[in-house]
Each structure stands twice: as C-alpha cells, then as structure tokens.
Ligand binder design. Structure first.
Ligand code: XIL
Length: 365
C-alpha cells in the first residue's frame, strides 16, 4: 500500500500526465497543500459520511476515521422503512439508536435518512389498499420516528427520490405505494406532518441525477424544480434541497444548468446540502493515481457549480473509505481494480477528493 506521500505524489504525476495544468484551480489545489495537514483537512467543517453497521461495530480503524474527519454522520440504512418496520406493528430502532449514541459520544450530529422513499419498502406495504390506510400509516410512521428523535436528529430527508429517472413531463412523480394511494399530495402531507412533529427540524427533499450534461438530466432538473416551486408556492414547510451527488466518472457536470438550478432554490430561501457524494468510477481508466485525479476533478466541477450560486451548508459522502461502499454492489469494475469512489482509500489514506471537499467547505461564502 502506498504511503500518503507516495499517494499524493503519484496523483500529482498523474495530474500532469492527464494534462491537468499545475496552474489550473484543481492543479493548484492538489499541489498547494499536499502534505501539510497533521489534522484532518475537513476538521471543524460541516463534513460527514454515511455509516455502515458492520464496520461501525467491528473495525476500530473505521470508527477512528469517522471521528477524525466527521462532524456529522447518516445511517446508510437503519431509518429506512425496510429496516425500521419489518411488520406493520413493529418499530425496530436498534441501528439508529446505535448511530445516535456513536454520534453523541463523539460530538457529531446524525442526519435522518429517510421517511418517504419508493425504495427499501417492506413487502407488507404492498397490501396498503386505500388512501385512508396509506395516510394513517404515513402520518403514524413520521409521528413515531421523528417523535423518538425530536431535538436529536436535526435534519431529515423527509422525501427521497420523488422524480422519475426520465420524467415524461414536469409534473411526473416517481411511482410508489404513497403516490399510488395518495397521489402527489403525499409529499406535502409528509412535510407538513414532519413540521408538526418537530418544528425545529430542517426538512429536506433529496434527489439524484440532476447535475449532468444531457437532455434526460435537464428534464429531471426541471421536474424537480417544478415540484419544489409548487411546494413553496403552497407554503408547504421545506427548508433545504439535498443533492445526493452520486457522480458518474464518465458524465460531465452541467455547471451552467446546475448553478441555475441552485440559484433558483436559493431564491426560494432554501439551503443546499450535498447528502450522498461519491463518484461511480466503473467506467474510468484503471490505474488508481489517474482515476483519483479524474474523480477529484468531477467533484471539483460539481462543488464549483454549487458554490457559484450558494454557500455549501453541509456535505456528506456516501461512506468514507473505499473499503466500505455500495458502489461495487451495482457498479463493480470488470478490470480487477477496486472501485475508488470515496475520499479515503481502503487504507484510510486521504485522496485528492478529500482535498477538494476541504477546499469547498473551507471556502463557504
Ligand atoms: C443504498 C445503500 O448504500 C445500499 O447499501 C443499499 O443496498 C441500497 O441503498 N440513494 C439513496 C440511498 O438515497 O439510500 C441509497 O443507499 C443509495 C442511493
């Protein structure tokens, strides 16, 4: 395994090989403060990561990396219906209780992910047969879960992934049991219920695939903006937009389109969070030092486009180390190299991506 110094040096060499001018913003950034940080480059900044139960329980290095770098965490699972509600009657809080205990013990905050999502729904919810039953279950779930963590979980992804991947129109909403039984009104119902249960909580609507160049992604951005505008026009409580940020190594960031989207959100008084940042690198070249630079440059473009239009209030990566990430589940490389989507490598060494994150969090205007 390369030492930190060797990792950075080989990345700098790779940057040059990739024609990344040392004078370019990213080149300067990577060269500028490569070795100087005994402490975490993101210490004291609103940086956090998604945590996974196995390593949280079993791996001291993993816990040490979280404590060293993070001021907040989010459960990769644990607060999803699938984990919380194995049956209609049961609420299982084992994982979130453990996450909040770990966070509290280390002076971190815990984000809540997620109350309303089409994904990770237990089978029994397929039997929800009417609008009144759906409303009772949805409201009851939010009352119970947000009630339990009131004042302790201060920011919630209330609604996750409400827009389809390629919306047929700006008013298209992704199919789910809630959409099926209650229509689009389930979104306002969830946000109003959340605001009633914990009036101090930051209520977030979270989405992905709105940052890339291409017609499909532009349509998704427009449909997401239509939904957000409509909620604000109807005074539905909503405080922030969450950009998941599952970037694709092979897709360029639509900096203009993304900045314009963010500017519109800011104009509606919404905060902007990055909630699940990683770079899906299965289609990038193999050698790690080259790939790490390409990964860092995608993150640079993404955060730069956001920064143009808004201060970055909070940034979480979907995991912290390449050792524990969801990416190989769905985007495994075929060349035998491991995926490298996160700010720390599998030996918990910071990569250029971590410097880019630190740069933009430090430079919050
Ligand atoms: C993912 C987890 O990382 C995986 O372990 C699980 O198998 C599926 O869900 N968007 C989200 C996250 O909002 O909750 C998803 O997490 C990744 C995409």
């Amino acid at each position: 395994m390369l030492s930190r110094r060797e990792t950075i040096l080989s990345s700098l060499k790779a940057a040059t090989a990739l024609g990344l001018a040392a004078s370019s913003p990213l080149g300067t950034l990577l060269a500028g403060n490569a070795f100087a940080q005994p402490t975490s480059p993101v210490a004291g900044l609103p940086y956090g990561a998604a945590v996974r139960d196995g390593p949280l329980d079993q791996e001291a290095d993993y816990r040490a990396a979280l404590v060293r770098h993070c001021s907040q965490i989010v459960g990769e699972g644990g607060l999803k219906w699938y984990d919380l509600r194995p049956t209609r009657e049961q609420f299982v809080y084992t994982a979130p209780d453990k996450h909040i205990a770990f966070a509290t013990a280390h002076g971190m905050s815990l984000r809540g992910h997620t109350l309303v999502w089409y994904g990770a729904m237990p089978d029994w919810t397929k039997s929800i047969a009417s609008a009144s039953e759906a409303e009772r279950l949805l409201v009851g779930h939010i009352e119970a879960v947000m009630g339990r963590y009131r004042g302790r979980i201060k920011s919630w992804d209330v609604v996750n992934e409400a827009i389809p991947d390629d919306p047929a129109s700006r008013s298209d909403i992704r199919p789910s049991i809630w959409q099926q039984r209650l229509g689009e009104s389930h979104i306002a119902l969830a946000l109003r219920t959340a605001a009633r249960v914990d009036p101090a909580a930051q209520l977030v609507i979270n989405e992905y695939d709105i940052e890339f160049v291409g017609a499909r992604f532009r349509r998704k951005r427009e449909a997401f903006l239509r939904l957000i505008r409509d909620l604000k026009l109807r005074n539905v409580p909503l405080h922030a937009v969450g950009l998941q940020g599952h970037l694709r190594g092979e897709l360029a960031i639509d900096k203009e389109g993304l900045s314009a989207f963010i500017a519109e959100c800011r104009a509606m008084g919404l905060a902007v969070l990055v909630t699940e940042l990683d770079v899906i690198d299965d289609k990038l070249p193999g050698p790690p030092e080259v790939r790490d630079i390409l990964v860092a440059s995608r993150v640079y473009d993404f955060l730069d486009a956001i920064r143009v239009a808004a201060p970055l209030d909070s940034l979480l990566t979907w995991g912290i180390t390449d050792k524990h990430t969801w990416v190989p589940i769905y985007f495994k490389r075929t060349d035998g190299f491991i995926n490298r989507p996160l700010p720390l490598d599998a030996a918990y060494q910071p990569k250029p991506m971590m410097q880019v994150i630190a740069h933009f969090l430090r430079d919050r205007r």
